[in-house]
Ligand binder design. Sequence first.
Ligand SMILES: [Zn+2]
Ligand SMILES: [Zn+2]
Length: 139
Amino acid sequence: MICPVCKNNMIAVEYRNIELDYCTGCKGVWFDSGELELLLESHGLEEVKLFLDNILDSPEAISSEKKRKCPICSHKMKKTTIGEQPKILIDVCSEEHGLWFDGGEVTQLIRQLAREPPPKRDSREQVISFLEEVFEAPE
Ligand SMILES: [Zn+2]
Ligand SMILES: [Zn+2]
């Protein structure tokens, strides 16, 4: 798969049977919907569809950041935010192919989580804590 930001070939990173695509150039991460589903299911969450629908239904974030193209269908992805203070801007394919995190965004999320553990663990936070584990795991 090709990185939507810098057009490098992304590498597949496997962690706990979930595969992510990672760009070594810009450190961006692609989360395939199918993989996301597996991840949430492995945490016993059944509202995977709801999780994606929530993201897709959330209002488009206003941003000067360039639109990314989905690495699967190459349609322009929608920008939306997750997390709190500051909110993290992510890209989501409206065809439900997956989510894109820019390199800095993953680190931002991890820092947020380290600073302030979330009071409740909803499906979005499950994704965040998974990313935290992946990127803190030894190579
Ligand atoms: Zn890249
Ligand atoms: Zn797509």
